[in-house]
Design a protein around this ligand. Sequence first.
Ligand SMILES: [Zn+2]
Length: 283
Amino acid sequence: MPELPEVETVRRGLAPVMEGQIIARAQINRPDLRWPFPENMAARLTGAQVIGLRRRSKYILVDLSTGETLLIHLGMSGRMLISGNPLGRFVHDHPAPEKHDHVVLHMGQGARVTFNDPRRFGAMDLMATDSAERHPLLASLGPEPLGNAFSESYLVPMLKGRNTPLKAALLDQKIIAGLGNIYVCEALFRTGIHPARKALRVSELRLARLVPVIRAVLNDAIDAGGSSLRDFRQADGELGYFQHSFDVYGREGAPCRTDCCTQTVRRIVQSGRSSFYCPNCQR
Ligand SMILES: [Zn+2]
């Protein structure tokens, strides 16, 4: 499931082929993904110029010259593919149409941007750019972890005294937008906090430390995604999934990476999700 760094990598990959370009034709191959597509979606997209691509949490927001914004959510298995010959740079010819190519945007300069999603948990919607923050999927989101509003003076009072596992609070999208299981596990490892520890039993000093650590964990992954974009010419035109090594996530039974620690990484299940941690380094 794509998390914030993967979505940011997709946004950065799409920007050069979409920004400033006209959507010459929008091809919609089914009536819905997770939810029905908005009314007349093809007509509302066709002829629009793309002003810019933003990201909010795990949503890509495509601002259009029509005063509307296209929201794209990759869901569980959604992929964005670039094909055609955009700007003369990429020559991937996605053998179209594939079975799960649900939406294809034919851009003015010859690029094709394809949304492919076998499981169809993804979503697309259109809303007025002016009121985009009030969209039901965006309205209750907390601050962006890489934005200025996410600070020690915001986070510490939000978490302090909560009688829930700190991990659950960090996954609460109303507290921090876009933070998911993988990067919470990594941030807890780097701060030495056990995933089951209740927020009210973590000192303010350690809560404050989460702010720079969460930023670093996400930025490291975004950097890895950036490298994957530079190798894009050799890749298959798919954006956003890249090789990235984690300290604890997915490493159950493997040796802890802390110097001199002889423990192995363990896994527990919390609220149906796996937590990976080192029982020696995380208390
Ligand atoms: Zn350890």
